[in-house]
Design a protein around this ligand. Structure first.
Ligand code: ADP
Ligand code: MG
Length: 383
């Protein structure tokens, strides 16, 4: 997937002591311009309400610790590679834990800004649907991030190119993953203060734990959202082609609704098993949203949109409702897209529905329109 890179901040050459510690790191890091501009540091509204301190618990690891944990970054430990570097599985003896270690590319230290944002964001934000940052290493010009290891990999690994013998995700699991990812996003939008715009929602950034519990990862592109009467923040356009909201791609104006658009694309991928952008498909089918939009208007075509890997094992009404949510999220007009809290309500309902493939479901366009989610979707005006 194509990244649109940005220039990084200059690197401080100060060498850090290779120790493991807590409670200290952020005062050593140059804060992002956004943070100082906001005047107030990023907070989790709920922990502030409880009187809990905004915890900064990331530990500092030495490069040597991380090299040992990954057998010197051996190929057999490689979990995957993304736009900013490689991710390895490792075992940290000092904390007796299996972890995922991301080594950022050092090319001109472009990733330094993303590194700082990621450490800052993940140190202050904590939620069951956000990946946990255990620590980091900033020895010399090395930049590494240490995360909890997510044993089932990314959602992308389970939707596409599934090896024979591996079971494709069933409908209920798909809905649970979608609902959990939406909850993670809701936390960023509605519980963090100021709100956080995630900016890089895509299937490879939804990591899966035991029982397919989803967590959002990769906060290097996240932005503090608008405060006061402002409706947007202006930025260079970054993100991943195929997931970017059209108004953001065209004007650089970023709002919470840009994330809702990306969420809609992910939801469509979950339902259809098609990639956001797939150059191997025929012209007209390469862009998932462009392919889906005309089909949203024809209810009789809905069953053709379901992932063939589901082999028809889905509740027709659930499919209809999930497609309705996706269709609302990918609307061109940002203020017509629902707020993520409403998406959480709708998907929470769909995820709570048990679906037993053995029970015959009526596949028909004769069905009355699906039971609406408990709370009707409302289109909040853009924040
Ligand atoms: N915490 C983690 N636990 C397990 N696997 C991970 C973890 N973080 C990343 N990965 C794997 O490494 C791959 C590369 O990650 P990343 O560098 O974030 O790039 P991208 O998100 O663009 O794929 C992911 O797609 C995922 O399969
Ligand atoms: Mg990622």
């Amino acid at each position: 997937m194509g990244w649109i890179p940005c220039s990084g901040m200059s690197n401080s050459k100060k060498k850090k002591k290779p120790t493991i510690m807590s409670q200290k790191p952020l005062d050593q890091i140059k804060l992002t311009s956004e943070r100082s501009r906001m005047g107030s540091p990023l907070k989790d509204k709920e922990s502030s309400k409880r009187g809990a301190p905004d915890s900064i618990a990331a530990q500092i690891f030495s490069f040597r610790d991380l090299a040992t944990a990954t057998k010197n970054f051996k190929a057999e430990c490689l979990l995957g590679e993304g736009g900013f570097g490689r991710v390895y599985k490792g075992r940290l003896e000092t904390i007796n834990q299996v972890v995922a270690i991301k080594q950022l590319d050092r090319n001109g230290l472009q990733g330094n800004r993303e590194f700082l944002v990621e450490v800052l964001m993940l140190s202050l934000l904590h939620h069951p649907n956000l990946v946990n940052l255990i620590g980091y290493c900033a020895d010399g010009d090395q930049r590494l991030l240490v995360y909890e290891y997510m044993p089932l990999g990314s959602l992308e690994d389970h939707l596409y190119e599934i090896s024979p013998g591996k079971k494709p995700l069933d409908w209920s699991t798909r809905m649970k993953i979608a609902a959990g990812a939406a909850k993670g996003l809701e936390y960023l939008h509605d519980k963090a203060s100021p709100p956080v715009i995630y900016r890089d929602l895509k299937c490879s950034n939804i990591l899966l734990g035991e029982g397919y519990h989803p967590k959002l990862s990769d906060f290097g592109l996240a932005k503090l959202g608008p405060v006061g009467d402002n409706t947007h923040v202006s930025t260079r356009v970054m993100g991943t082609y195929g997931y970017c909201a059209p108004e953001y791609a065209m004007t650089g104006q970023l709002t919470l609704k840009s994330d809702v658009y990306s969420f809609g694309v992910v939801l469509l991928e979950i339902i259809t098993g098609r990639k956001a952008i797939d150059h191997s498909k025929a012209t007209g089918e390469q862009n998932l949203v462009a392919w889906a939009k005309p089909l949203f208007k024809e209810r009789s075509k809905f069953s053709t949109m379901a992932d063939p890997m589901l082999q028809g094992q889905y509740p027709p009404r659930g499919l209809y409702q999930a497609l309705a949510v996706a269709a609302m999220c990918v609307q061109d007009q940002p203020n017509l897209r629902p707020a993520i809290a409403d998406v959480v309500t709708a998907l929470g309902y769909l995820a709570s529905q048990t679906f037993d493939p053995k029970i015959k479901h009526i596949q028909s366009s004769r069905l009355a329109p699906g039971t609406p989610p408990r709370t009707p979707m409302r289109s909040k005006s853009q924040r």
